[in-house]
Design a protein. Structure first.
Lengths: 114, 115
């Protein structure tokens, strides 16, 4: 079953602007991750935030997590045309043990115009 | 570098054919996964395996089976392909170690068209 829901489904911005994507989920989690997918390719892991963390940074990426609202956001600052891709949140539900099983959302398609 | 290799990038098969999708990882990972990706539906887990010869059903196992005879290889089998199995299939793997299990590594995907 799909747990994560991203919002918006599609986002179009100009190069240099910031892009914000949101993710909501339903059950208790161990962690939440964001992945990126270039058109027609596999997914690539971007960043992970644990349930006891509220904010995390990696380069131009900033992720926040609000477990009380069961939501997360991914901010890409100073976007570039090369950031054009689909972005997925994925949750590691509590009780998934060491299997690494994740539940993915439907993704946000980001277009960055040069 | 971590590598998950899916043997076929594009396949066209006929309805009723038996289809094998092969996946190999070179990271000695315990966990391996097969996902299906469709527009508007995101990624859905078909099967996963947490050890050799071990498998568990995911969210949409109907019409599929899997095989994990060796640690590095995880095969997805469509016993009798149908047109509604036309999709992109993604293989992935992860470590079961405490520090490593949180990141899943994906292959490049296999586009299957069933006609």
């Amino acid at each position: 079953s799909q747990q994560g829901e991203e919002d918006p489904q599609a986002l179009s911005i100009q190069e240099g602007e910031n892009a914000t994507m949101n993710c909501s989920y339903k059950t208790s989690i161990n962690n939440l991750q964001w992945y990126r997918q270039n058109s027609g390719r596999g997914l690539v892991h971007l960043i992970l935030i644990r349930s006891n963390e509220r904010e995390k940074h990696s380069g131009r990426l900033r992720v926040t997590l609000d477990t009380s609202k069961k939501s997360s956001s991914l901010l890409i600052t100073a976007s570039r045309a090369a950031d054009t891709a689909s972005y997925f949140c994925a949750t590691g539900p509590k009780g998934s043990g060491n299997t690494g099983k994740l539940i993915f959302g439907q993704g946000t398609t980001l277009q960055v115009k040069p | 570098d971590v590598k998950v290799t899916q043997s076929s990038r594009y396949l066209v098969k006929r309805t009723g054919e038996k289809v094998f999708l092969e996946c190999v990882q070179d990271m000695d990972h315990e966990n391996m996964f097969w996902y299906r990706q469709d527009p508007g539906l995101g990624l859905r887990l078909i099967y996963f395996s947490y050890d050799v010869k071990m498998k568990e059903k995911g969210d949409i196992p109907e019409g599929y089976s899997v095989s994990r005879e060796k640690k590095e290889r995880f095969s997805l089998i469509l016993e009798s392909a149908s047109t509604n199995q036309t999709s992109m299939y993604l293989c992935a793997s992860s470590s079961s170690s405490t520090g490593g299990r949180d990141t899943i590594y994906f292959g490049e995907g296999s586009w299957l068209t069933v006609v």
